[in-house]
Design a protein around this ligand. Structure first.
Ligand code: C2E
Ligand code: MG
Ligand code: MG
Ligand code: MG
Length: 279
């Protein structure tokens, strides 16, 4: 009996692996056409400045509306896009879309704010990142100060001098740079002071467990460090009032998370913005 169920478990496991592989291969194939077919779209999640009680920008988060499967999360398709190299044209598209949208909001009279776009290491390897960002700004006539680029710590595993050079080129255009998911990955502490960045985003993981004293200690240390390094701070994944209150009392004022708003369509976020403006 035990033997059979063991075998069974093995079989179920293999079937599960097959199923995943088939799905991955299918997505890989379908993704090549998805861009031209207009299957990607961007949602925007607000950041909130709790001290000044005002919006503090939005983050562009890409989604894929697959014709058969439905909406697919970037957690699933970004790694595939990175493997296939499709991440480069996809990022070019997200950058243009986000800049055009931000410019449209400005033209409609909303207060100007930054839009943030996520960059994966693969687009740093493609070498013409500065050009790509410059083109998106030009195409949209968005002033560079209204674009932020989010990178992750794992970038520091690569040729750090080259990354620093590219980040400096980007900041030379007038855009700002944020280090996303800070504290979650390969520790970047050793080279953080060398990085030409403007903002640290504290990883959701710490916020999720910010009821624990041990996680509070880490959050406080990150906040202190950001101050010393003159970096702006954003806490990610703020879901509850208690988390918000702890962060505020610790000196982190800008927050992003479901407590304030989920990623939304451009119309939804526009009305969110209008509602949150002082009357
Ligand atoms: P990220 O850049 O760290 O984005 C934050 C993620 O946390 C988003 O997931 C967002 O929906 C989610 N989130 C925000 N607030 C909360 C909260 O209060 N609770 C919880 N549980 N989650 C929250 P999403 O949209 O699924 O994106 C996942 C990741 O995919 C992003 O993490 C980013 O690394 C990547 N990604 C998204 N769009 C792009 C893109 O255009 N280019 C690249 N290279 N990566 C992207
Ligand atoms: Mg991000
Ligand atoms: Mg993050
Ligand atoms: Mg992330």
């Amino acid at each position: 009996q035990a033997k059979t169920s063991g075998k069974n478990r093995h079989r179920v496991f293999n079937e599960e692996m097959d199923r995943r592989l088939v799905r991955k291969l299918g997505l890989e194939k379908d993704m090549r056409r998805a861009l031209v077919r207009g299957e990607f779209f961007v949602l925007y999640q607000p950041k909130w400045d709790a001290r000044h009680q005002q919006p503090a920008g939005v983050e562009a988060l890409v989604r894929w509306k697959h014709p058969d499967i439905g909406t697919i999360s970037p957690a699933e398709f970004i790694p595939i896009a990175e493997e296939t190299g499709l991440i480069v044209p996809l990022t070019r598209w997200v950058l243009q879309e986000a800049c055009l949208q931000n410019r449209r909001w400005q033209e409609e009279g909303l207060p100007s704010q930054k839009v943030a776009v996520n960059l994966s290491i693969r687009v740093f390897e493609s070498q013409n990142l500065g050009e790509m960002v410059g083109e998106a700004l030009q195409l949209s006539s968005l002033a560079p100060e209204y674009l932020e680029l989010e990178i992750t710590e794992s970038l520091l595993l690569y040729d750090i001098e080259d990354i620093v050079r590219q980040l400096e080129e980007l900041r030379g255009l007038g855009v700002t740079v944020a280090m996303d998911d800070f504290g979650s990955g390969y520790s970047a502490l050793g080279s953080l002071d060398k990085m030409p960045i403007d903002t640290l985003k504290i990883d959701q993981l710490f916020i999720r467990e910010s009821n624990l004293e041990s996680k509070q200690a880490i959050i406080l240390a990150i906040i202190m460090m950001a101050r010393q390094l003159n970096l702006r701070l954003v806490a990610e994944g703020v879901e509850t009032e208690a988390q918000m209150a702890f962060l505020r009392s610790s000196g982190c004022d800008v927050m992003q998370g479901y407590y304030y708003g989920k990623p939304m369509t451009e119309q939804e976020i526009q009305s969110w913005m209008e509602r949150s403006l002082p009357a």
